[in-house]
Design a protein around this ligand. Sequence first.
Ligand SMILES: Cc1cc2nc3c(=O)[nH]c(=O)nc-3n(C[C@H](O)[C@H](O)[C@H](O)COP(=O)(O)O)c2cc1C
Ligand code: SF4
Length: 482
Amino acid sequence: MKIRSPNKFKDTDSFRARWKEIDGRLDLDDEVESPGPLGSALEKGGWSLSNRFAVQPMEGWDAHADGTPSEETFRRWRRFGESGAALIWGGEAFAVVEDGRANPNQLFHRDSDQSCRTLESLRQAITAGHDAIGNEAPTASVVGLQLTHSGRWSRPTAAGPSPRIAFQHPVLDERVSATSEQLLDDGELELIAERYIEAAVCAQKAGFDFVDIKACHGYLLHELLSARTRPGRYGGDLEGRSRLLREVIAAVRSAAPGLGVAVRLSVTDVIPFKKSQQGEGEPDWPEGEPYPHGFGLDPADPQNPSWSEPMQLITMLQDVGIEWLNLTIGSPYWCPHRQRPAQYPPSDGYPPPEDPLVGVAAHLQAARAVRQSFPQLGLVGTGWTYLQEWLPAVAQHEIRNGFQDVIGLGRSMLSYPELPRDIIHGRAMPKKLVCRTFSDCTTAPRNGLLSGCFPLDDHYKSHPAAAELKSAKARARKGNAR
Ligand SMILES: Cc1cc2nc3c(=O)[nH]c(=O)nc-3n(C[C@H](O)[C@H](O)[C@H](O)COP(=O)(O)O)c2cc1C
Ligand code: SF4
């Protein structure tokens, strides 16, 4: 499929024409103002933010084996602080138990002593980033920590997947060699819930303003939301499927009064995709067959989002005190083209089966749908990086119209963390730093290496892992990738 990259559109009108072809309800502003709507302050849901940018959580697969941060981890967090974004949503996924790590180099909660020290040093890295940018630092900011259990996607050692699943999935089980042996029983879920609470208490002691109880991207608390086939307290109807998430939120609020609690939610899903024999991305589910395994999908018509359950869930989350949500879609494991729209796939992915702008549009429409039903809720949107040069004008349009409150930036914060400050202060974006969605930051960890922006960040260009990444990509091209 031939894709015209956003940076090939020379003027606003030609990009607008394509953007409207993708979805007639979308638009962008003609001029980006400085400081403008993106540089405007917001008071909402107990948070004060001096601008409308957030850094999304992004792991680097670079912690030490004992779960403590490395120099690479600190550098990334410092750079997140140097972005000047008023909201740091989570830093990166912090596993609440050692076995719940998605990779052997993920930060994790070993015990309260170690976590308190680790988290304090990471919190200080954000402050150091703010200090380094002087009067461009946000005058009002909020910093959170993302808590996770990787569930089906647990891979705590180099030996391979070590899944713990919420229910048996006819396609995804095979991808991680899961069987009924790996089903977590209710008692095990409740023990995991206790670890969320311990980790949250440490986050509060370390100076974080909030914790994100991660319910996205296929990890445990997200998988439970689609556990329709699971019997017992934590499956079946939406009440049961959302029970553990709600119990964790309530327990954290009671154990750590004053600590904010928020949720990053895959608010809708996509059926699993795979690489076809011709090398294209294609659905890994028979056409026309009901798909009961997606949250925010109608089992009888799984091609499009179904908003009924997500809206009910959000009401339930409000009932346990949630005032901020970070909205995302699907998972990087089974629908990367939607979760992180990209022109170039990671080595375990597939070429985009659609213009990646369709994925960006899906993220923006998800935020608009939630906004319409929940005007009082604080909303961070996702999926922004692929817009490249058009990111500021589209972002200003969405903020100016109140479709979301904060623009959550992912990959662009790895290649070009100064982006929020440059936009707010009316400076041009240096072309050579704009993320072109080469996906090396995903390909590297998929091949057992640390993550980073190898193509554009000088630190990683000259990193010893860069040569290994090159060989891994060559192997993948020959079809020999792991
Ligand atoms: C290298 C890398 C690491 C990521 N780690 C996390 C994570 O720890 N937690 C999370 O919720 N999302 C994670 N994500 C997803 C991003 O937060 C974001 O949703 C995604 O990149 C799409 O946003 P973008 O288009 O701005 O990049 C990661 C993405 C990348 C590329
Ligand atoms: S490696 Fe760099 S350019 Fe490629 S997707 Fe990641 S951040 Fe973007």
